[in-house]
Design a protein around this ligand. Sequence first.
Ligand SMILES: [Fe+2]
Length: 283
Amino acid sequence: MTDTNGKQRPFLGYGLGLRRQHYEDVLDTKPEVDWFEILSENYMVDGGKPLYYLDRIREHYPMVMHGVSMSIGSTEPLNYEHLDRLKTLIERVEPAWFSDHLCWTGIDKLNMHDLLPLPYTEEALDYVAERIAKVQDYLGRQMLIENVSSYVSYNESQLTEWEFLREVAERADCLLLLDINNIYVSAYNHHFDPVEYLTAMPSERIYQIHLAGHTQEKDLIIDTHDHPIADPVYQLYAEAVRRFGRVSAMIERDDNIPPLVDLLSELDRVRQIGNNFSRDQVA
Ligand SMILES: [Fe+2]
């Protein structure tokens, strides 16, 4: 699969989100993880333990960076101090790429539920695409934008989420981090067909896939990242791989974090699906 610049889309293999509970284990056992994703904000500091472990683990593994607080859809001005700190970390880590969410964040307090969706209007589309382009210009590289899960929608929306995401990517000329669990969660909560979502995605821009667990409430699914990946999410992942070929994929686990060995066996299933369902030649 070639990307929008006509290059071969990079394939890193299968990764995990790096969590502090596993720092020692990773260094001691050097597990068979192809790459790690780090949460940028945890390392945008001047010193301390997280940076110590980051540097040591980076010596052994490729990394990508994932942010939660750029708030690209916010009406607040872009935070250039944040971007400067991000740039410093990019220079330190030399990640394959960096990403953030297509959302605006609630005030101060950051958790998964504060990653709020945008109204899917032409006005929001212009606005957010221009902001992404500005960030890319400032940092001198393309970024990946991730779809968030949602529990609410706006009456003003004129486009579907997948139309909006596709258009943002085209106009900003950015890349995509497709969170398969988030698509599944939003499809359930808003009663749309998740396969229709996948069908609309520009394959050449999809550089990374997120997989995670969720919590099923009575009429709602919440994107909690505190369970293993659910079977329907594996099925949707298989469908994505069938359509897009092999894409660098990883597991996000943010709460109720199990021993590393449990995540490794979960990652084996991800790897098997990734390799078996793709039409790409597996080396
Ligand atoms: Fe995600």
